[in-house]
Ligand binder design. Structure first.
Ligand code: ZN
Ligand code: ZN
Ligand code: ZN
Length: 139
């Protein structure tokens, strides 16, 4: 995310609060998707579970984060592309789930990874590649 937390919140119609800032900061430093348990660990009890859950849900609703359910059934969240808006996600890319470290990565692409037939309007495409990530592969 190139913009500041304040700008991101404003663009997506959310009031700026300390907790929202803290969560956005975590995502701006992560190069892979984060699950709620992982975030709780990173925030070290800075906010309760319900507050964090509400923030993640509203971020997803407003087009700031998109969620990916990994092969283990855990929901992970990652920053959206700048063209995502409330109720309209445009994250048409493949996700990569590592079998070893279990991290989920967004794999950027300029085009939708599949051809959607005319007449269908895909708002979200969910494709997960499974294997070893770059870091695990080089060990
Ligand atoms: Zn999105
Ligand atoms: Zn890995
Ligand atoms: Zn993604």
């Amino acid at each position: 995310m190139a913009t500041t937390p304040d700008e991101v919140l404003k663009t997506h119609g959310l009031r700026s609060t300390r907790n929202r800032h803290v969560v956005l900061e975590e995502f701006s430093h992560a190069d892979f998707a984060l699950s709620q348990p992982e975030l709780e660990k990173r925030l070290k009890g800075e906010m309760d579970r319900v507050t964090l859950y509400r923030i993640l849900s509203s971020f997803e609703e407003k087009g700031i984060l998109h969620s990916i359910v990994d092969q283990f059934g855990t929901t992970n969240y990652a920053s959206c592309s700048s063209s995502c808006r409330a109720g309209h996600h445009k994250d048409q890319h493949i996700h990569f789930n590592c079998l070893n470290c279990r991290k989920i990565y967004c794999l950027p692409s300029n085009n939708p990874p599949v051809d959607i037939p005319a007449g269908f309007n895909a708002e979200n495409i969910s494709i997960i590649a499974i294997g070893l990530c770059k870091a695990c592969n080089s060990n």
